[in-house]
Design a protein around this ligand. Sequence first.
Ligand code: NAP
Length: 306
Amino acid sequence: MRIGFIGTGIMGRSMAGHLLAAGHSLHVFNRTRAKAEPLVERGALWHDTPGDVAAACDVVITMVGLPTDVEEVYFGGPAAVPTGQGIIDRARTGTVLIDMTTSSPMLAERIAMAAGARGLEALDAPVSGGDVGARNAALVIMAGGDRETFARVQPILGLLGKSITHLGPAGAGQRCKLANQVAVAIGMVAWCEALAHAQAGGLDPAAVQQVIAGGAAGSWALTNLAPRALAGDVAPGFMVKHLLKDLAIARECAAATGIDLPGLATGERLFTIAAEKGWASDGTQVLYRLYSPSEGLRQRSSSPRP
Ligand code: NAP
């Protein structure tokens, strides 16, 4: 199949690589061309705009950063993509568009409507599993959109993930991913506090991590991210700024349904402090640094509440 891939960053470069390895003809675009070069060296074809990719392909996958980036590549936009050179402008009738970026459910609905009006089909299919899951083709994929379209592209998604689920109409995949991110953010706070608590009590946090990761407190993040945090490795992985983007969308969706999520608010507040310290492009495991005595969180959190 001729498959387009737009957004060859931390996640996209591995995902696109699996499609290439499976023998598909791969067409790529990324805002910074250098990040697509390793794929081009392996046989992918470079195009100068998302529209050019779309015009050449049967299926187009996007894995960009923010909802504004998604808007830009689908509809054309102010910075990286000239007007008229968006995916929806140029794709041929029948092309399937799959946005795997973590983005807004409302935007997914808007893309699906615009695609339908042009005889295209659109799915939202965000993922969980991190950079490790992308590298190992072991992502959890959560899809929204037309069920038959989903069934048609499932073999392609199967090259990227091990758990692939259709959850409902356009936007349903994004809504599931937001639920995932609420759990991720609160879970990050949980293991950071657990290890800070152990360390303050005189224990070796690395030993505690190994023990509790195998018990009821175990989680993907405690197993995969806590060791990086304890080793002082804050390379992303998953960037703080992307988690904050997700939490803002989740907060807006929660507000729209009238539900109060105090754990989400705590996670968002703590990751905002991390971003304000200049750690926005670090991996989310940098949160653990906030709990070191030199960062002052200790005083702030333990001050008497009004
Ligand atoms: P990333 O490394 O920043 O990759 C995003 C890529 O998209 C970058 O290479 C970026 O270009 C490109 N891009 C952005 N806007 C573009 C545009 N208008 N036109 C063309 N290319 C554009 O981020 P990532 O970690 O791979 O994450 C991608 C998405 O997956 C995010 O929504 C994130 O929340 C989600 N996600 C990430 C993880 C994870 O563990 N990393 C896990 C699950 C989901 P530049 O090279 O110029 O920056």
